[in-house]
Design a protein around this ligand. Structure first.
Ligand code: BG6
Ligand code: MG
Length: 219
């Protein structure tokens, strides 16, 4: 019986990829590296430092831990400035309507994001106080595909993983969900992933999946 849904944020509720890309492009240029969309696809769902280390590895660049932190901080300042462009309209009407409908049905809703900026993004898109819980990249010990971020979210909404869906756009996020014992819904790139239980094109399709699988809701 599904009673809760944990949503990844970037790429599921809204698209911040373009801002991550721009900020990383400027940062990597300082190291003489040009990145493209393929690189960005590999960074989807991956934490900031882990993603930077992946790019350094690909470019065969070695930096000290102190330098890594410095570049990641610089990237984050650029990214946060770019986030100022985000607003309520960055969530499609269809997705916003689906979220409100799920809430009306009495489903507990949480965010499970690797981003340390999750609360800032939620504020920009007008959903800061919408979710019952926010589990984000702050204080995380292990990055996706470790299930920690989703297990924390499930704990916050007081449900076991077996009673929650996780909605993800990254393969590493689907792996995290499955590793934690959750049912995984995949959107965008994750819709085609073999470990995804239910592929979707839009959040509105979740309502149909809930009806098919059966839920204990107010209605
Ligand atoms: C994930 C994004 O949600 O958060 C990644 O998909 C990003 O691209 C990661 O690197 C970390 O985000 P932040 O905001 O903490 O740098
Ligand atoms: Mg994502």
């Amino acid at each position: 019986m599904i009673k809760g849904i944990i949503f990844d944020l970037d790429g599921v509720i809204c698209s911040t990829d373009v801002y991550h890309f721009e900020a990383w492009k400027q940062t990597m240029k300082k190291l003489g590296v040009n990145i493209d969309q393929n690189t960005m696809d590999k960074l989807r769902g991956v934490g900031r430092v882990e993603g930077f280390k992946m790019m350094l590895n690909d470019a065969k660049i070695t930096l000290s831990e102190q330098e890594i932190i410095k570049y990641c901080d610089e990237k984050n300042e650029l990214y946060k400035n770019l986030l100022n462009k985000m607003s309520y309209s960055d969530v499609s009407d269809e997705n916003r309507a689906a979220l409100y409908k799920l809430k009306e049905k009495g489903i507990r809703l949480a965010i499970g994001s690797s981003s340390k900026n999750a609360r800032l993004v939620l504020e920009k898109i007008g959903l800061r106080d919408f979710f019952d819980a926010v589990s984000d990249g702050n204080d995380l010990k292990a990055a996706k595909p470790d299930p920690e971020v989703f297990l924390k979210a499930a704990d916050m909404i007081e449900l076991p993983p077996a009673e929650c869906f996780v909605v993800e756009d990254a393969e590493s996020g689907i792996d995290a969900a499955k590793n934690g014992g959750f049912t995984a819904i995949g959107i965008s790139a994750a819709a085609k992933y073999e470990r995804t239980d239910y592929p979707i094109n839009s959040l509105s399709e979740i309502i149909g999946i809930l009806e098919k699988t059966g839920t204990e809701t107010k209605i």
